[in-house]
Ligand binder design. Structure first.
Ligand code: NDP
Length: 298
């Protein structure tokens, strides 16, 4: 029997999308602004195709303009940079997202650095990374921002909480740490070289798992009552569903963790849905800043 509150990311994301749609409606009325999001996909990775399709659908659903640029897998880097250059100066485009990963022949850092930082709705441009760590006005990576929103909704003021981030990637672990530091948490970052990892996890009031290792975090790694955010998305074999079937699981063993935690996000239905909702939120924020309109309280 689960003791923990299940944090419903799906309904949280639906609520955020509703608020984004409301703001977009207001912007269309006054000052006549339609926020626009351009997504660039290079190649035909099936998972990326699904993400891009979902992003486009949800962008339109909240009333924004959606622009998709699909380029062949062998597109030269210079052609991709030319597409970004055009989007940077296109007044109808307020947010630009280049779907990662990119094919091996393209330098990811060079591409991300080419995006106008004011339109960098993924928050991966070095200027936005620097602003995030120094407390400036930045665009913040979507997945950690979604985690932060759910944490604040669950716990209110985060001041003084001990937070452990499991994973130190540039897209999840590090920006998550920066955001929780801004909230005055006492933040630790753990990774593959961390010693006594279960003990470190047991010290945390807030545990964010972003490792990409299915079901790694066990219930007895968790401090009783802690809030657990499971970012991991891992596909594993599910023979109980039939031969060749698979299912999605997080980095946390949900069944045992839910016995101990105070609150926990499920996989699927936790962090995942929040990521696109935060992308839409970032696009509206970027559009308002570019148009010199008061920023919405999203
Ligand atoms: P990365 O592979 O870039 O980073 C994984 C991190 O986990 C690294 O810092 C690595 O340490 C650490 N790690 C790996 N194995 C261990 C271990 N055994 N013990 C401790 N630490 C370990 O992954 P991402 O940050 O990109 O993604 C993490 C997970 O989140 C994935 O499952 C991904 O699919 C998911 N994800 C979900 C999103 C969503 O929308 N819900 C969005 C983005 C990611 P080291 O640095 O030492 O190698």
């Amino acid at each position: 029997m689960s003791a923990a509150k299940i944090i419903d990311g799906k309904s949280f994301a639906a609520d955020l999308r509703g608020r984004v749609a409301h703001v977009v409606g207001g912007l269309k009325d006054d000052p006549g602004l339609t926020p626009g999001l351009a997504v660039v996909l290079v190649g035909d990775d099936p998972a990326s195709r699904v993400y891009v399709k979902n992003k486009g659908l949800q962008t339109v659903e909240v009333g924004m303009a959606s622009f998709e640029h699909r380029l062949a897998a062998d597109t030269p880097e210079s052609d991709l940079l030319a597409v970004i250059k055009n989007l940077n100066t296109d007044a109808t485009v307020h947010g630009i997202l280049v779907q990662l990963p990119l094919p091996d022949h393209i330098n990811e850092n060079k591409v991300l650095s080419a995006i106008n930082p004011d339109k960098d709705v993924d928050g991966f441009h070095l200027l936005n990374v620097g602003r995030l760590w120094t407390g400036g006005e930045s665009l913040v990576p979507c997945t950690p921002y979604g985690c932060l929103m759910m944490l604040k909704n669950q716990l209110g003021d985060l001041t003084g909480k001990r937070a452990l981030i499991l994973g130190r990637s540039n897209i999840v672990g590090k920006p998550m740490a920066a955001l929780l530091l801004q909230e005055s948490c006492t933040v630790s970052i753990a990774h593959s070289r961390t010693v006594d990892l279960p003990d470190r996890c047991r010290e945390a009031d807030i545990l964010v798992a972003a490792v990409g290792r299915p079901l790694m975090v066990q219930g007895d790694w968790i401090k009783p009552g802690a809030t657990v955010i499971d970012v991991g998305i891992n596909r594993i074999a599910a023979p109980e569903r039939g031969a060749g079937k698979t299912r999605l699981v997080g980095d946390v063993d949900f069944a045992s963790a839910a016995e101990v935690a105070g609150a926990i996000t499920p996989v699927p239905g936790g962090v995942g849905p929040m990521t696109i909702a935060c992308l839409l939120r970032n696009t509206v924020v970027a559009a308002c800043r570019q148009a010199g309109v008061d920023q919405p309280g999203l």
